[in-house]
Write a protein that binds this ligand. Structure first.
Ligand code: DQA
Length: 163
């Protein structure tokens, strides 16, 4: 069974309350419930955490080493500042999808720079709560492809051995 870690950064606990015109009315609990349902449909095990502290996010990423197959992260405000979160993702080498509710490229200039995107497989932004669902689907698609690739590499290796 695949294991996926979902991390929500600072202020995302306030979704539903916070700047509704930008982030919508959906709460973090509702997002987590949708993700959990989707994961169950795909036979995937999900762990979900939210923190306002950068160090918590770094620690969860570090602990994900060898225990998770992929990471979905909305680093929120830390997207634009956190060398530490970027370094943690690089350190554990987990396939990572960065998600944002808002289209960060349509907002203030400082939100257009992500320190995380260059170490992620990809980034999804601008679809509100649906960004998370797209992110999970994209990650699972990526993992299934790399799995297929891995198994065909193993088969090729076995064939070589038999020659
Ligand atoms: C956000 C975008 C960030 O710029 C912002 O700091 C957030 C939320 C989003 O999901 O749209 O807190 O990550």
């Amino acid at each position: 069974m695949l294991r996926v870690l979902v991390l929500h950064g600072p202020n995302l606990n306030l979704l539903g309350l916070r700047e509704q015109a930008i982030y919508g009315a959906v709460t973090l609990d509702e997002i987590n419930q949708t993700l959990t349902r989707l994961a169950k449909d795909h036979n995937v095990d999900l762990a979900i955490h939210q923190s306002n502290a950068e160090g918590d996010l770094v620690t969860w990423i570090q602990h994900a080493h060898k225990t998770f197959d992929g990471l979905i992260i909305n680093p929120a405000g830390y997207t634009h500042t956190s060398v530490a979160i970027r370094d943690a993702i690089l350190a554990v080498g987990l396939p990572t999808v960065e998600v944002h509710l808002s289209n960060v490229y349509r907002r203030e200039a400082f939100r257009r720079r992500s320190l995380i995107a260059p170490v992620a497989i990809g980034q999804i932004c601008g679809f509100g709560a649906f960004s998370y669902e797209l992110g999970l689907r994209a990650l699972l698609d990526h993992l299934s492809r790399s799995d297929t690739q891995r198994s065909s590499q193993i088969r090729e290796h076995d064939r070589e051995e038999q020659r």
